[in-house]
Structures are given as C-alpha cells and as structure tokens.
Design a protein around this ligand. Structure first.
Ligand code: ACO
Length: 372
C-alpha cells in the first residue's frame, strides 16, 4: 500500500496522464497554444484537433464539417419531450436531459470502441446546440429553427436562437469563446467524465455527468453569476466600495480565482481584448470600465486574477445572449474536450477509485432498536 497522501480538493494531485492539453507554460491543446488556435483557427478545427490528435487538412476539415451537418438532427420525440418540460426547467438541466435522451436514439450506444466513440462525439457536437436552441425558442412560444448545412457551429447556434444571420463580429466572438472553452485538462467536469467511463460506462453517461458537474457556480456556472456581480455593483463609482465590502464579508466574487492559475488565466487575458472591441461596437464601454475597477480591487485585496468566465460573461452580454444560456454554451464547446478525455481514458483504462481518510466514530457495539 503506498504512503497515505491527502490533499483537500485533490489540489496539486496528479490524478492521471493526458496528451490532450496542458496548462504548463500557458494553455495549449495538443501542443498548440490557445492564443494561436483562437487567433487563426475555428472551433471546428479545434474540435477535430481534440478528437483526432492533429489539425485537419482542408479535405479532412471539409469531411468533418459534412459529418457534423449530416448529424445535425434531433429525434422529433426529443423535441416533443422538451415541449412538455415545465417552464421552470433551466437550460443547463435541459441539456443534461437532452444528452441523456439522445443516448436512447444513438445507433452505436452499445459500442464503446475508440472509433464509435469518435462518431458519437461528433453527433453530440452537432445535436446539443439544437437541443439548447429548441428549448430556448419553445420556452418563448416560438418554433425551433433548423440548423443550416454549411454554416459554422457558432453561426448556427446564433441563427437557431434568434432566426437571424449573426454579424461577422458576433460569429467570430462566439467562435473564439467556443475555442477557449473547449478543453482544460483535469478540471472538475472532465475528471467527472473520466471517472464515469473508467467503469466502462458509455460516452453519453460520461457527458451527462460532466454537464452536471459543470453546472455548479464554482465551475462553469460562474459565467452566468458574473452578470449578477456586475448588476449588483451597478455604477462604476460604486464598484470599489462594493467589492471591498463584499470581500470583507468573505463573499466569493464569481469570475475570479482559479485552482491552477494563481497569476492569471491566459484565456481571460486573450478574451479581454475581444471583449473590449465588442463593448466599443455595442456602446458598452462603461461596463468594461466598471469591470476593470473590480478586477483591480480584487487583485489589490486578494491577489486573485480573473478567470475565463469574467470576460466571457460580458462578451455574451454584449451579444445580447440570455444569461441562462452562458453555461449551456460552455457545454456545447467543452463536449469536444470531454469526449477527447473519455476516449483517451478508455484507450488506456484503469478504474478510478481513490481512497478516503476515515474520520468517523470508533468501532461501536450494535444497539437493539428498543434501546436507542
Ligand atoms: N472571490 C473571493 N475570494 C476568493 C475567490 C473569489 N472568487 N476565489 C478564491 N478566493 C479566496 C478564498 O476564499 C481563499 O481565501 P482565504 O485564504 O482568505 O480563505 C483564497 O482565495 C484561496 O482560495 P481557495 O478557496 O483555496 O481556491 P480554490 O482553488 O479552492 O478555488 C475556485 C478555486 C473554486 C475557482 C475559487 O477561486 C472560486 O470559487 N472562484 C469563483 C468561482 C469561479 O469563478 N469559478 C470559475 C472557475 S474557472 C472555470 O470553470 C472556467
């Protein structure tokens, strides 16, 4: 038995190996820096890179896009089920149920091979945006909009939500946010997915569990809560006092801090530029100034840098996206990373089963019911 090691929250623990991404020396996916991927690539190229290990050439990319287009349909029974969901159903929960329901219709649900899992991952990448957009429209009493072949996933998402061609600026902003959200090593949701499939459960089960893990405000849910912070702060003149008071009360400010990045999240640095541009384009410079004050004060008080959710929450706000869709958009993108990890786990699987340090009572004698 190895020496007992305990690290609360598994901080600093190497829980496995991966060739998919690293946060060492900046964040890179399969050796490519996220700055280069975001600047020169598209989400489709990044998803292909994550799933197949290499960037696609032109022909491979074209074939990949065609496969995504062909998979861009959801069984009518699922759309019908969504129609009957209560109006209180949250989009994150609908996506979780959607991923679970899609498993019932997946033609390869019983095949857990590497090749079948790549095909299942491609199908989910195409189908989950349809589930998210259909639920959003049905909730407003509108009929779903079908995806259009030949469009990027970013453009299709926006078109399916708003039935309007997105501007090139909005399509680019969505695409970059999807690239930055696509993968992040052994974060909580990815680790969840790996634990699930390490029992040899199927890919859909891993994705469903990962969506559940992403929902929490300490993880993906933070991008929605960022807007609560900005709303509560209000005018930029209030920002400094509001944040200092909140920190004095030990309140957690969503969009700040990270388990791994203690000096700064490179994704947040990159997205901030785009956020500034979009803020100018949409007349939201004031909110950027408030955000900068908040960022400065949190650094002064706690030495905490912003994480990706801090600029992405604002970016989505400038694109007029409903707040409750911010974390679901994260799901659509991270599905590529989750699937890559699920496949990597299954390619070289060992059941993930750590130990717990027991802190319960000493051995006790059984007490009959009448004597308790
Ligand atoms: N606001 C205020 N204080 C914070 C914050 C925050 N956002 N984050 C950490 N701290 C404080 C902690 O309270 C603690 O203070 P203390 O030493 O006085 O007790 C100190 O900073 C160290 O923080 P830890 O809790 O040890 O950090 P941990 O690594 O456990 O948590 C986490 C990381 C969960 C991300 C945390 O920073 C947090 O809750 N942030 C807000 C939620 C958030 O933005 N999540 C998104 C993560 S990134 C992503 O999923 C894309």
């Amino acid at each position: 038995m190895p020496e007992e090691i305990y690290s609360p929250g598994l901080e600093g623990v190497i829980a496995g190996e991966t060739a998919i991404s690293t946060v060492s020396g900046g964040l890179s996916y399969r050796g490519y820096s996220i700055e280069n991927l975001a600047r020169y690539g598209t989400f489709e190229e990044v998803a292909y890179l994550l799933l197949y290990g290499e960037l696609p050439n032109a022909e491979q990319l074209d074939e990949f896009r065609k496969r995504l287009d062909a998979a861009s349909q959801v069984p009518p029974a699922i759309i019908e089920a969504i129609r009957h969901f209560p109006p209180t159903a949250l989009p994150m929960d609908v996506l979780r149920s959607g991923a679970s329901m899609l498993a019932h219709w997946d033609p390869e649900i019983g095949d857990n091979s590497h090749e079948a899992n790549i095909r299942k991952a491609e199908r989910l990448l195409a189908q989950l945006p349809i589930v998210m957009a259909a639920h959003h429209r049905l909730k407003q009493g509108k009929e779903p909009v079908a995806p259009e072949a030949g469009r990027s996933l970013a453009a299709n998402c926006l078109n399916m939500l708003f039935r309007a061609d997105p501007s090139p600026g909005h399509e680019k902003a969505m695409d970059v946010s999807l690239i930055l959200y696509a993968e992040h090593e052994y974060n909580a949701s990815t680790f969840t997915a790996r634990v699930v499939v390490s029992t040899l459960a199927d890919l859909h089960s891993g994705i469903v569990a990962a969506i559940g893990a992403l929902k929490g405000p300490l993880h993906g849910g933070a991008n929605e809560k960022v807007m609560d912070v900005l709303g509560a702060v209000g005018k930029k003149e209030n920002a400094e006092k509001w944040i200092r008071d909140a920190l004095a009360r030990k309140q957690k400010i969503m969009g700040f801090g990270h388990r791994v990045y203690k000096d700064g999240d490179p994704r947040a640095v990159y997205l901030k530029e785009l956020c500034n541009e979009l803020a100018k384009e949409t007349g939201n410079e004031g909110l950027e100034v408030t955000a900068d004050v908040i960022q400065r004060v949190i650094w002064e008080e706690k030495k905490l840098p912003p994480n990706l959710d801090w600029p992405s929450g604002r970016l989505y706000h400038y694109m007029n996206l409903p707040v409750e869709l911010y974390t679901p958009l994260f799901v659509l993108s991270r599905t590529a990373g989750w699937a890559a990890h699920i496949i990597e786990q299954l390619d070289n699987n060992r059941l993930i089963r750590p130990r717990a340090r027991y802190i319960g009572s000493e051995p006790r004698a059984w007490k009959p019911l009448a004597k308790r």
